[in-house]
Design a protein around this ligand. Sequence first.
Ligand SMILES: C[S@@+](CC[C@H](N)C(=O)[O-])C[C@H]1O[C@@H](n2cnc3c(N)ncnc32)[C@H](O)[C@@H]1O
Length: 250
Amino acid sequence: MTPEGEALLRQGMGELGLELSAEQVEQFRQLHELLLQGAAQMNLTALRQERDIVLKHFVDSLTCLRGGWLAEQGVAGEKRALDLGTGAGFPALPLAIVHPELQLVPVDATRKKVDFVARTAAALGLTQVRPLTGRAETLGQDPEHRERYGRVVTRAVAALPILAELALPFLPVGGLLVAQKGPITPEELEAGTRAAAEVGGELRTVEPFTLPVTGDARTLVIVEKVAPTPPKYPRREGVPNRKPLFWQAT
Ligand SMILES: C[S@@+](CC[C@H](N)C(=O)[O-])C[C@H]1O[C@@H](n2cnc3c(N)ncnc32)[C@H](O)[C@@H]1O
């Protein structure tokens, strides 16, 4: 990472209220390098420019900390958080760098992405990160994972009605889904609210905000689990996407 990249990282994190230690900056530098190496070998991320990686992966990932829904309450209560559809490790890896006390389980359906996340976490010394290959539909029905995570965080994975069905089964009553999204339409929000209710969730808050430095529009959606998820959810692999609850598949 260039000195300009490092300055941008510090500026962006500063705007989120995070002051990075020299060790954390070094971990982000390594993450940047490994991401570029990985992207050269496989289809890992569309972002290749340093500025984009710093702002749209690293800083953007940590916007899930807004409001304290994830880490503060997560640390006080249930310490395990699942990152649903982590891809190349976002938000899990930046989150693990700034919150080493959080036990993180990044999950993705694509093995080669999960292998990358596992190798990268090991290289960065992030021993609390335990990546897992699998589909949320299957893991969410597995007693080893169902209702076993205090928080589910997810960035840029699916429309809210789909996320509700995929994420809520992992939470016990009282657990929270923290969904990082771009701008959200009233229709998606309405369908998401209905879908959440169907699987035992209640919308807590919808917070529009802008990404530091770039000013890009983002939304943080928090759903609380208020009742057990009916056993039929999540439906089998592919169905939540093909036939989303209360929502038209696109
Ligand atoms: C657009 S990428 C986003 C990756 C990452 N969260 C980020 O923000 O860079 C969506 C990821 O979700 C994964 N995914 C989508 N549906 C999934 C499911 N049902 N179970 C597990 N992973 C899923 C895909 O394999 C893909 O890697």
